[in-house]
Design a protein around this ligand. Sequence first.
Ligand SMILES: *Cc1c(COP(=O)(O)O)cnc(C)c1O
Length: 383
Amino acid sequence: MKSRKLLMIPGPIEFEPSVLRAMGSATTSHVAPNFIETFGHSLDMMKSVWQCPAGQPFILAGSGTLGMDTAAANLIERGDRALVISTGYFGDRFADILTRYGAEVKILKAETGGVVHPDRIEEELRRGHYKLLTFTHVDTSTAVLVDPVPMGLLGKKYGVLTVLDGVCSVAGEEIRQEEWGIDIVFTASQKAIGVPPGLALLVASPEAIAAWKNRTTPVGSYYSDWSNWLPIMNAYSNRKPSYFGTPAVNLVAALEVSLQLILKEGLEARFARHHKTGKAFRAGIRALGLGQVPLNDAIASNTLSAPLYPAGITGGQLLPLINEAGVILAGGLLPEIKDQYFRIGHMGSVNQGDIVTTMSAIESGLRGCGYEFVGGAGIGAAL
Ligand SMILES: *Cc1c(COP(=O)(O)O)cnc(C)c1O
């Protein structure tokens, strides 16, 4: 029996029934003609969703962290310098991964809920001799949105490869990888792409592939090494059988369906719908008198929201009551403020009914905690 609770966390999200049906269809061989077509078609569609026609897509079995690992392993050689723009938990993780592959990492850390000004980044790039610049498009621990456009421009200006962690943004927030000159954009299946967990999805620019080809030392990770995967992706693109590591056959079948749904909705319409959804949640939260982690609306993401608990109310009290009201939300993630806020994921196929249901469950939970507010204020503002 399907649990009737609504899953509104920042991944895994609620999945479309047609995606889950594809997931449940009979598993074929990874070299069966129909699967080769499914894989090749998914690679083709990734270039459209990423808006990167000249890019090289990769579909790998693993989670979003594998996307980070792949970018770092293939582009970093011992002693290379990397600049990490951190707007929360996942920026810090990227710094760890890059360090592991031998990079000399400098982190520019935003204040909690804020962003790093591009002038500060430029100042660092000017004197730094960096090879790589990484940033998190939407940091899932703070709900902070970073504008990728200045990053792409700075990368081009200083000859630095740019890496966008899009795990909480691809297919939700606007991304034009090629036009914006971003070298790597990756995500994971369970977020706005709308497929159960288990796939890392990455698109590399021709410049990123060239930088990898020009390495003088082998890639430090066997599984992430593009030497192993590039021939496989090329084979599937050309609708030919090949093998390195068994692909996640059922997940790729589900991915094909979800990418088709995304392109059928249309990217512009999808970005606009996420924008509207984000705005609705922020309005609803504000109307209830709750603060939010992002310091202002201009840097607030549209794929998740991060409301602060009202004074005197804890997550231990509030979240179970919201759950009882039928909606599953997530607690805080950023260690410094973990107990001060919670998170609402609103990416993928979220509709008006889901928004109303979620705001209603939040109101119900707040009432249960004895918090005083005008009943219906959050729902009304969201609508
Ligand atoms: C979820 C997330 C990750 C990590 O993805 P996993 O699938 O959990 O490994 C990395 N970066 C961001 C921005 C994320 O939201």
